[in-house]
Write a protein that binds this ligand. Structure first.
Ligand SMILES: [Zn+2]
Length: 157
């Protein structure tokens, strides 16, 4: 539990207001905002407001294809919980079928450094190693292709 007033303050966060709006477009937009940031100013209010968020979004139909947007919301809330556990947010990369970000985009955000990339015949980055800029963990990152158009992040070592 945070200090008194922390929840009231969290409820004033624009991202939290979007998640609580029950407007699917706003909820999904907020989920993507959470998934794209490591900023505690964005994530901490989401963590604080989790009980309110869980009840406001229960049973909410979000749609989404081919990946259901409910999965993106679940991934976004798990990201806030990860911060709450004191774990590095890079631990959200592996095994999350709804959020497997493109390595170069994560690098542009300053979250990882892309090292040792390999390119396929179309010169697109296909395989590489990313190092988390916060904790130094390394990840093997592979482009799925075919039925799995996302990226697979596998911890090294
Ligand atoms: Zn990390």
């Amino acid at each position: 539990m945070g200090p008194p007033g922390a929840e009231e303050e969290a409820l004033r966060s624009p991202v939290v207001q979007d998640v609580l709006s029950r407007d699917p477009a706003r909820v999904v937009g907020a989920a993507w905002t959470v998934l794209g940031t490591r900023d505690p100013a964005v994530l901490t209010p989401v963590l604080t407001a989790l009980p309110a968020i869980e009840s406001a979004t229960a049973g909410l139909r979000l749609g989404g294809a081919p990946a259901p947007d409910a999965g993106h919301l679940a991934s976004a809330l798990e990201r806030a919980r990860t911060l709450g556990r004191g774990e590095c947010l890079c631990t959200c990369y592996p095994g999350d079928s709804c959020y497997e970000p493109e390595p170069e985009r994560e690098q542009a955000r300053g979250h990882v450094r892309v090292e040792g990339t390999a390119t396929d015949e179309r010169q697109r980055v296909d395989d590489g190693v990313c190092v988390c800029t916060a904790c130094g963990r390394g990840y093997q990152v592979e482009h799925g292709g075919g039925h799995h158009p996302g990226w697979r992040w596998t911890p090294l070592g």
